[in-house]
Design a protein around this ligand. Structure first.
Ligand SMILES: [Zn+2]
Length: 288
């Protein structure tokens, strides 16, 4: 699953390409989206913004211009503003192309296409996509219940701490992955943050002090932000001299099973954890 920083970068790229531009073409392989487009055309609307909310990408479209003068009731039902919510899960991705440019993925994988006169944004294998009007957006469960966003403009650390504490009976690594507790951490940041803070991933959250929880949150936020600031490339947490080829080459623990811990030399362990059997890479010596 993409991490929060990857979604944030995707939204930023889409925003730079599309925001303020009029939609000239819309296509989708999802009947539900096509139906909305038939009733309340996306073509002719302006893309107002594309933002990330946790791991969701929210593409906002203006009200239809001809509807703007209509009575407010009608404006709401037909031509009011809409947001396209997409979630990438494991395999989804958004690409940006110039019109006529050759796609790097098969047309069969196209799920959503939003084109302006300058760019085509193509969502490939996006498993979750829906149009929401403002009322439905406010009710959308995943958005409504999402925890404080580590990549949000402001991050409410006290609220995140309160939500973590509500899961005191669960293992800390699983709690960090729960987007309703705190949004933005995927499996890589989970492993790296716990390693950097020397916290055992299997520790019950109740046994982790408030001070350590705050350090975990600040560490995750720091590395997420640092990776957002990069222009491109995979997630880097380890910038030391002894980089390795392949997966985990620029990480402390994630992807480095059986390789020596960068701090103590003990082989990094790999275990599955939690109800979804997520992979946890960790050092049995540093993270007691
Ligand atoms: Zn170690």
């Amino acid at each position: 699953m993409p991490e929060g920083d990857a979604i944030f970068r995707t939204a930023r790229t889409l925003n730079r390409a599309l925001a303020g531009r009029e939609v000239v073409r819309f296509e989708s392989a999802f009947p539900a989206l096509t139906r909305v487009h038939d009733d309340r055309p996306i073509t002719g609307r302006t893309v107002e913004s594309v933002t990330a909310a946790g791991k969701h990408v929210l593409m906002r479209f203006s009200a239809l211009r001809h509807a703007q003068g209509a009575p407010s009731e009608q404006r709401e039902s037909r031509g009011g503003s809409l947001v396209l919510r997409t979630h990438m899960r494991m395999n989804g991705s958004w690409h940006i192309y110039r019109p006529g440019e050759r796609w790097r993925r098969s047309r069969r994988d196209m799920r959503v296409l939003v084109a302006t006169s300058e760019y085509e944004a193509v969502g490939f294998n996006v498993p979750v996509a829906e149009f929401l009007d403002p009322r439905a957006e406010a009710r959308q469960d995943d958005l409504r219940r999402m925890g404080p966003d580590l990549l949000g403009d402001s991050f409410d650390e006290d609220e995140a701490l309160r939500r973590i504490r509500a899961h005191d009976d669960q293992e800390i690594a699983d709690v960090l992955l729960n987007q309703r507790v705190v949004a933005g951490i995927g499996n890589i940041y989970k492993c790296e943050t716990l390693f950097l803070c020397r916290v055992n991933p299997f520790a019950l959250t109740a046994t982790v002090s408030d001070e350590t929880l705050r350090t975990l949150l600040r560490t995750a936020r720091k590395y997420l932000q640092a990776n957002v600031a990069k222009r491109a490339g995979g997630i880097v947490t380890y910038t030391g001299f002894q980089r390795e080829r392949g997966e985990g080459g620029r990480h402390y623990a994630y992807g480095r099973a059986r390789r020596p811990c960068r701090t103590c030399g003990t082989p990094i362990r790999l275990d599955t954890q939690g109800p979804h059997a997520r992979l946890t890479y960790w050092c049995g010596t540093c993270q007691r």
